[in-house]
Design a protein around this ligand. Sequence first.
Ligand SMILES: [Zn+2]
Length: 403
Amino acid sequence: MTESRPYTILDLLTDQSESTQRQLLASVEKKCNGETKSNTTVLSSALAESGPLSSYRTVVSQSVVDGIFKTKCRLDEAGTTDFLVVTTRIMKKYWEAVCFLMFSHVHNWSVLGVDVRDQSTIIVPPDLTQVETSIKNYLMSLDGSGKVEIIRSRIIPCDMFNAGFHTRQGGISQLPPLASMNMLHTIRKPDPLIVIAENRRRLAVAADFDLDLLNVARTEHGKKVWVMGRDPEPPLKYDGVITDVPGVVVAAPGADCCVILLADTRTGACGAVHAGWMGTVAMAARETLRAMVDNYGTDPRHVHAAIGPSVGGQCFDMPISDAQVITDLDPSLTWPSERKEGWVHTNLPGANAVILQNEGVPKENIDLTTALCTACNKNMFFSHRRDSIPFGNQLGFISCRKR
Ligand SMILES: [Zn+2]
């Protein structure tokens, strides 16, 4: 078994003096020790058509941030996660700051700062406090893939609430299963927080809400609810979030799981809840609605609800015993799976509609037309069932415009 070496990224961008470049290249070649050079990408300001660099993969760029973003995207697609950046000692801290922001938990990275002799030009290391801003500005300047698309429910009055679901279009996440509007940073996705923040910024612009007032549920497939205003700090994990403050945006992520938006048309209180099969069985939607009743005086008869894009019953099955609670709600919500003995197809959006109706929300106030199947509509939505890991997440969001 050969020992796996990290993938090398050679920085020939930040010090372009010939002497420095020669020394950095020598240090990489020494490490390669005659092995294939396919394990190295050179960041350079110009394509090397001849000379010692010509046998390396080169990413041509005029900026480190652009160079590392392009390199990372290519290597993410190849599934490469271990990186070693080779640069000069004076640029080491800068590179560490860049890598910290641009890589995620799936990546293992380190920076080697090589001592170079006879530096012919004086290199002033970039201001580290500016690294984050320069990356943000760069990501902001990228063309999104397509246009941000927002699906709005006709049942939630739009003069009173700003509510909707978005599709996977319009963001900057590059890895195909996350492309392009991935809204969630997790330990299994190569999207760093700063990319998620840019995707969320684009949603805020398109949907016309204040990004600083966006609160996305930190889901755990349970039924805990963060009552904003009552609990100053959110629980560590929670699937429902509610508010009665105009302008505050509450949201929940999904990729097959239902995201349900609740709008109290009398008080302006609103909520968002994430319910996959576990959250549906745990009655997360009921808990969220009850939290609105208990804390904001909501009357379920005035609640309008939209159930967002989620996996349709024809594309989703689960063990018959796990689905019993749902079958008990209404036997037509489950039916035998032809794929697996002892499993049943389960209509999760329908189940959540029944859960809300049982709490007193009128049937005609519940919008299921927004519950498009995530698994069937590959160009529109992320789907865990369809894409396996990693997969992207879309959001459902709601805020009250006025009371
Ligand atoms: Zn489907």
